[in-house]
Design a protein around this ligand. Structure first.
Ligand code: URP
Ligand code: ZN
Ligand code: ZN
Length: 473
């Protein structure tokens, strides 16, 4: 009789706190033991020469979402979750997006129906709140928070999603009362509008002007304002997809003031630049997202902030639109930048890119890699320690990495439904060769060994910074 359902033997296990050679024993879908020379498993994986890491958690991705442009993202829960899984991510947190006039509870029901039977990996949701009416704030949100939707994103820009400062305060105040975490898309809408109108009037409509209109100062100002509004409301806040050095400085300043401000960044701010939006023809549209990739020199600031702890989490902001009439080309092949769908794909390459350029180069420790790709997401969104670490009792969600595997990225290698990748042709070193979710081997050497629908909905608990605050007080 075997001691375990599965033993991962002889690998190097890393968590956010430690790295050690040890075996991992799995029973009933959970991690049952860590140690040297564990007893027999019904199945065994030889992990000698491999790294055994917690499966990634991607806490910012847009799946089966209708944009405010009226388009739908290219990935549904099947293709999106499969792509995540094949890139070493075993939990993701997409958005249930309320457009104005929609009932938030109905929106949640609709996303549940979308995900059911399709997701390969476990999933939770953040809510996007674009219509904070008295009934949304007074009735719907408090009930949804208790049902496990404990984080929501609000926008300071995008005509059809944005809230004004008064509404931002109302949402922050509700979050304080109900112990939820607000994620803010921080860009100054009027600045972007004003610059856009001037650029278009001057005939500057190519994709590269998107990066000019979404100037770093618009991000810096809105980041400062978001932090200030959260300070006034007396609640922690998370600034999502931080791109500009000047915005990072605002987060540093807030931390020095003792404010509970958290920051997220994404691959596009480490690996792409504004020059990518100036590719020949209309190709730059493939690299358009908001905030946009910045000048090359800005990348070092983002790296430093991710390594030194100013930025807590690294997510994909996977916002997938195909380079065809269903997506980037919906308004034609030379449409003004203002009308092109915003977003880049990144679910599958998020981890390999950071591993290769961060860990393999020696820039980032393995423990920090685990923290920013998995553990901190679980802590921030109330999923820890069930998710995001390798410890007895946690779900057995594990990615086994070959740290020396060299892969040349092509769109054909990926499992999303996007048809292109902004990272085409890059060589990365290190790849998640075997992925385990809930104790089952779900991917191995590029083969998918799971069925859609195995992933379960995860209600989230009290977000980390709020739980910590409560403990301290
Ligand atoms: O350009 C982006 N990031 N599109 C997705 C929506 C958002 O604001 O995150
Ligand atoms: Zn955003
Ligand atoms: Zn996003």
């Amino acid at each position: 009789m075997a001691d375990f359902d599965l033993v991962i033997r002889g690998g190097t296990v890393a968590t956010a706190g430690d790295t050690a050679p040890c075996d991992v024993g799995v029973r009933g879908g959970r991690i049952a033991a860590l140690g040297a020379d564990l007893g027999k498993g019904t199945r065994e994986i030889d992990a000698r020469g491999r790294l055994v890491l917690p499966g990634g958690i991607d806490s910012h991705c847009h799946i089966a979402q209708a944009s405010s442009f009226g388009l739908r993202t290219a990935d549904d829960f099947a293709s999106g979750s499969l792509s995540a899984l094949m890139g070493g991510t075993t939990t993701f947190i997409p958005f249930a997006c309320q457009h104005r006039g929609q009932s938030l509870r109905q929106v949640v029901e609709d996303y549940h129906a979308e995900a059911r039977g399709k997701s390969y990996i476990d999933y939770a949701y953040h809510l996007i709140v674009s219509d904070p009416t008295p009934s949304v704030l007074g009735q719907d949100l408090p009930v949804l928070i208790r049902d496990g939707f404990t984080s929501f994103k609000i926008y300071m820009t995008y005509e059809r999603l944005r809230l004004d400062d008064r509404q931002v305060l109302e949402v922050l105040d509700l979050a304080r009362r109900e112990r939820a975490l607000v994620m803010i898309h921080a860009e100054n809408h009027d600045v972007i509008q004003w610059l856009t109108e001037k650029l278009l009037a001057a005939g500057r409509s190519a994709p590269k002007y998107h990066a000019v209109a979404h100037t770093p100062q618009a991000e810096r100002e809105a980041t400062h304002r978001a932090i200030t509004l959260a300070e006034i409301a007396g609640v922690p806040v998370l600034i999502v997809h931080v791109s500009a050095a000047a915005a990072i400085e605002q987060i540093r300043w807030a931390r020095a003031e003792g404010l509970a401000v958290h920051g997220e960044t994404c691959p596009q701010y480490l690996f792409l630049t504004a020059a990518d939006l100036d590719r020949p023809g209309f190709e730059g549209a493939k690299y358009m997202c908001s905030p946009p990739p910045r000048e090359a020199a800005n990348q070092d600031h983002v790296w430093r902030a991710l390594i030194d702890g100013t930025l807590d989490v690294y997510s994909s902001d996977h916002a997938p639109y195909r380079y065809d009439v269903t997506g980037k080309l919906a308004k034609g092949p030379d449409a003004p930048f203002k009308t092109v769908a915003n977003g880049v794909p990144g679910l599958e390459l998020r981890l390999p890119l950071l591993f290769s350029e961060g860990v393999v180069t020696g820039r980032m420790t393995l423990e920090r890699f685990v923290a920013v790709t998995a553990t901190n997401h679980a802590k921030l969104y109330g999923l820890y320690p069930r998710k995001g670490t390798i410890t007895p009792g946690a779900d057995a969600d594990i990615a086994i990495w070959d740290p020396a595997r060299v892969v040349t990225v092509t769109a054909a290698l990926l499992h999303d439904n996007v048809g292109y990748t902004p990272y085409e042709g890059r060589r990365v070193t290190g790849w998640p060769v075997t992925v385990i979710a809930g104790g089952a081997i779900v991917a191995d050497e590029g083969k998918v060994l799971a069925e859609p629908g195995r992933g379960q909905f995860l209600p989230c608990g009290v977000p980390g910074p709020l739980a910590r605050m409560t403990e301290a007080s």
